[in-house]
Design a protein around this ligand. Structure first.
Ligand SMILES: NC(=O)c1ccc[n+]([C@@H]2O[C@H](COP(=O)([O-])OP(=O)(O)OC[C@H]3O[C@@H](n4cnc5c(N)ncnc54)[C@H](OP(=O)(O)O)[C@@H]3O)[C@@H](O)[C@H]2O)c1
Length: 268
């Protein structure tokens, strides 16, 4: 089950957080992995971890919002491993300086968040699909978020970009299916990473856990397991879906907190 031996995967944002978990899990299932992200050090560390566990990975640094980077990653995969079968569009976030209420967001904040989470993810998927269409197809997985299907006070542009990727996932699956390309999305709930823990200290972490029927926050491995399945031949009749991986949680706590704050103190 879920054997990716001989396949090659590209993982954007593959050096840390959820992307690192996905990269390690794909390698453990047998895939060769091209790891990308802006900073080289985490990519090299993850490549070394994968090698120590008996897998193969190479670091290919690049800013995915530079639209020449996806093509470079395809070339690197072909040079190193002779093929490119799996593309994980994982790089994404809303940086602290880009958080704000809709009435206050400026164009630069909008562009940074939407360019990273939707525009660059779309063009990366397009580059992957062009390469896959020249072979036997492949599997593209867009990492979205629960934010894509909920209101997101203070990060409305991020939620809109993730919703956009979920919609594009369906259209990509339709337009590219005849070439043997499957496209799916995985929508994580709150997953423990260095970034999330910096925001969710103490009490805030417990409040999140209280909304999760499975009684804990997510781990990168939870998201990675879904990706291994969707990348594998066992999922060969699965395309165009968004798979929520969130411990059964149906409550996005951010908007409750926002409403409480407004009730107490007025706007924002
Ligand atoms: N953690 C959660 O609770 C959660 C929940 C829902 C959805 N997600 C989604 O899951 C994905 C991974 O999130 P995470 O929490 O693991 O984030 P993270 O810890 O902040 O890692 C983000 C990754 O993306 C890379 N990245 C950021 N901007 C980039 C750029 N311009 N070009 C290339 N790489 C870039 C980062 O590497 P560099 O900084 O070195 O470039 C890093 O490897 C994201 O799409 C996020 O929206 C996360």
């Amino acid at each position: 089950m879920f054997d990716l031996s001989g396949k090659c995967a590209v993982v954007t944002g593959g050096g840390r957080g959820i992307g690192k978990g996905i990269s390690c899990a794909l390698a453990a299932a047998g895939a060769n992995v091209v790891l990308s992200g802006r900073a080289a050090a985490p990519l090299n560390e993850t490549a070394a971890d994968i090698a120590a566990a008996g897998g193969r990975a190479v670091a290919a640094p690049g800013d995915i919002t530079d639209l020449t980077v996806p093509g470079m990653l395809v070339e690197r995969a072909l040079e190193e491993f002779g093929r490119m079968d799996i593309w994980i569009n994982n790089a994404g976030s809303a940086a602290r300086e880009d958080v704000g209420a809709l009435l206050d967001l400026d164009e630069a904040q909008w562009d940074r968040v939407v360019n990273l989470n939707m525009k660059s993810a779309f063009f990366a998927a397009q580059a992957a699909a062009k390469a896959m269409s020249r072979r036997d197809g492949g599997s593209i997985i867009n990492i979205t978020s629960r934010s894509g299907s909920h209101p997101n006070p203070m990060t409305g542009h991020y939620g809109a970009a993730k919703a956009g990727m979920e919609n594009l996932t369906m259209t990509m699956a339709v337009e590219w299916g005849h070439m043997g390309i499957r496209v799916n999305a995985v929508a994580p709930g709150v997953v423990v990473t260095e970034e999330t823990m910096a925001v969710l200290s103490g009490d805030r972490s417990q409040k999140q856990i209280d909304t999760v029927p499975m009684g804990r926050l997510g781990r990168p491995h939870d998201i990675a397991s879904a990706c291994v399945y969707l990348a594998s031949d066992e999922a060969e009749w699965v395309s165009g879906i968004t798979l929520p991986v969130n411990g059964g949680s149906r409550i996005a706590i951010g908007y409750l907190a926002y409403l409480r704050r407004v009730a107490k103190s007025g706007r924002n």
